[in-house]
Ligand binder design. Structure first.
Ligand code: HAM
Length: 420
C-alpha cells in the first residue's frame, strides 16, 4: 500500500469504528454507574491557561517541566490539558459552584495530552474518566471516590487489581518529613540524578517519584512519611483505612507513593493491574485540600481520581473481556431496479421510527452484491424488493441467520420486526 501523505502525530491514534463500539460501551457504563453514585458530569475546554496547569500541578513535576503541549497566540498562553483536576477546580471557582451547596460530586470523560515517549499504554493523546468531589474533608468522600473507581473495574470484570494507598500528610506533616528526607539524602547528594539534585531544595518529595536509575537505592531505604504524620493527618488516614475495610475493599500500604502532581495532601492512591506490563497504573488519585486556594478560590478540601481508558481497554484485551456488540443492523433493504430503490429509501424512516435499525445499498450494486454486503454488515434480516414485489405489495423478508424467507406486506414486516 502507498505511504499516506498525512498521518497522525506521534503518540496520537485514530479510534476506528470497530474500536469506537467498545469506547461507547465503556462510556455508557461510566455514565450509568456515575448516576448510581449520584455524580454529575462536568465538561471543560480542551485548552486551559498554561499558568493554571503550571501553578496547579507544580513547576517541578515531570508533566509541567517536560510534557505539556503549550503555545502562545497573541498575548494568551494556551496549554492542551494534561489532566482534569486543575481545570475542574478552575471551573468550580470561576462558576461559583460552591453556591450550589454541599459537596460537588463531579465526574468527567475526555482526552488529555502529555508529550511522553509513547509505548504500550502510554500515548500523547489519551483518555481519562475521573471524579472530583469538591467541598468535603470527610474520609467518607475519599472512600466513596475509591469505591466508585473500583466499582467500574468490577462491573467490567477486571477484578485482579491492587489498590496502593498512602498518606502524604498535610503541609505541617510534610514539612517535617521533607526535612527528614533532606537530612537522609544529604550525604549522598552528589550521587543523585541531575533532576533529583534540582528537586532537592525546592521539592524533595518529588525525588521519591523519580524513575532515574541512580536514585533508586536511596528511595528504597528513605524515611517513610507515615512516621511524620501529625495527629490530624494520621486520624484522617486511619478513618480512610477503616472505611475501606468496612466496605470490603482491600489495599496495600505503599509508604513511597507520592504521585506525579504537587497538589496532593493526605490520601494518595493508585490502582495497579498485573495485566498491563510496564505501564501498570490503571488509575490514580488522592486528596488535594490546598489546590482550590492555590488557584484563587476559598480554602476548600477536595478528593478525586482519574483512570486511563486506553489502559482499561488493554486490560480487557489481555483478560479476554469483550466490550460492546459487534457491528450489526436489524434490516437491510435489498432492491432491484430504480422504482424499488426509491421505495426502499422511503421505507427506511418507517423502520427507524419503530426503533428498528435499517440501511440499504449506497453504491448502486447488483442484487447479489447487495446480499453479500448485507452479510458483511451483519444484517439480521434482508427485505428483498423488485418490480414484482412492488406490484403485488408483498415483499420477501429473509432471516439471515436461519436462512428462511417469508412473503409479507410491509405493514406485517414492520409489525414482525417491532416485536422481536
Ligand atoms: P495520573 O496518575 O497522572 O493522575 O493519571 C491517571 C491515569 O491516567 C493513570 O493512572 C493512567 O492510567 C492514565 N494515564 C496517564 N498518562 C497517560 C498516558 N500518557 N497514556 C495513557 N494513559 C495515561 C491524574 O491525572 C490526576 N488528575 C488524578 C486525580 C484526579 N487526582 C485527583 N483527582
Amino acid at each position: 500500500m502507498a505511504k499516506p501523505m498525512y498521518t497522525t502525530h506521534l503518540g496520537m491514534v485514530d479510534i476506528l469504528p470497530d474500536e469506537v463500539r467498545k469506547w461507547q460501551y465503556l462510556e455508557n457504563l461510566i455514565h450509568r454507574e456515575a448516576r448510581l453514585f449520584h455524580f454529575e458530569e462536568i465538561r471543560t475546554p480542551i485548552m486551559e491557561q498554561t499558568e493554571l496547569i503550571v501553578r496547579g500541578l507544580g513547576q517541578l513535576t515531570d508533566i509541567v517541566s517536560k510534557e505539556i503541549f503549550a503555545f502562545n497566540r497573541g498575548e494568551d498562553n494556551y496549554v492542551l490539558r494534561p489532566e482534569l483536576t486543575a481545570p475542574v477546580v478552575r471551573s468550580y471557582v470561576q462558576n461559583h459552584l460552591d453556591q450550589r451547596g454541599g459537596a460537588q460530586k463531579l465526574y468527567y470523560i475526555g482526552p488529555m495530552f502529555r508529550a511522553e515517549r509513547p509505548q504500550k499504554g502510554r500515548q500523547r493523546q489519551f483518555h481519562q474518566f475521573g471524579v472530583e468531589v469538591i467541598g468535603s474533608n470527610d474520609a467518607v468522600a475519599d472512600v466513596e471516590v475509591i469505591a466508585f473507581m473500583i466499582h467500574i473495574y468490577n462491573k467490567i470484570g477486571i477484578k485482579n487489581t491492587t489498590l496502593k494507598l498512602n498518606s502524604i500528610g498535610d503541609p505541617e506533616s510534610r514539612d517535617s518529613y521533607k526535612q527528614a528526607l533532606k537530612d537522609y539524602l544529604k550525604p549522598n547528594f552528589e550521587k543523585l540524578s541531575d533532576v533529583s539534585k534540582k528537586r532537592y531544595e525546592k521539592n524533595p518529595l518529588r525525588i521519591l517519584d523519580s524513575k532515574e536509575k541512580e536514585d533508586q537505592p536511596f528511595i528504597k531505604s528513605a524515611p517513610v512519611i507515615g512516621d511524620y504524620l501529625n495527629e490530624e493527618s494520621k486520624s484522617h488516614f486511619e478513618k480512610v483505612k477503616h472505611y475501606l475495610t468496612d466496605l470490603g475493599i482491600s489495599y496495600e500500604e505503599d509508604p513511597y507513593l507520592v504521585r506525579g502532581m504537587d497538589y496532593y495532601t493526605k490520601t494518595a492512591f493508585e490502582l495497579i493491574s498485573p495485566d498491563l506490563g510496564a505501564q501498570d497504573a490503571l488509575a490514580g488519585g488522592g486528596r488535594y485540600d490546598l489546590l482550590i486556594e492555590e488557584i484563587g478560590g476559598q480554602p476548600t478540601p477536595a478528593v478525586g481520581f482519574a483512570a486511563g481508558m486506553e489502559r482499561l481497554l488493554i486490560a480487557c484485551e489481555e483478560l479476554g473481556i469483550s466490550l460492546g456488540d459487534s457491528k450489526s443492523v436489524d434490516v437491510y433493504i435489498v432492491t432491484l431496479g430504480d422504482a424499488a430503490r426509491n421505495w426502499g429509501l422511503t421505507k427506511l424512516p418507517e423502520f427507524r421510527k419503530q426503533n428498528i435499525s435499517a440501511t440499504m445499498d449506497y453504491m448502486g450494486r447488483s442484487m447479489k452484491a447487495q446480499m453479500k454486503d448485507a452479510n458483511r454488515e451483519n444484517a439480521r434480516f434482508t427485505l428483498i424488493v423488485g418490480e414484482n414485489e412492488l406490484n403485488e405489495g408483498s415483499f420477501t423478508l429473509r432471516n439471515m441467520k436461519e436462512s428462511d424467507e417469508s412473503s409479507l406486506t410491509f405493514k406485517a414486516i414492520l409489525e414482525k420486526l417491532s416485536n422481536l
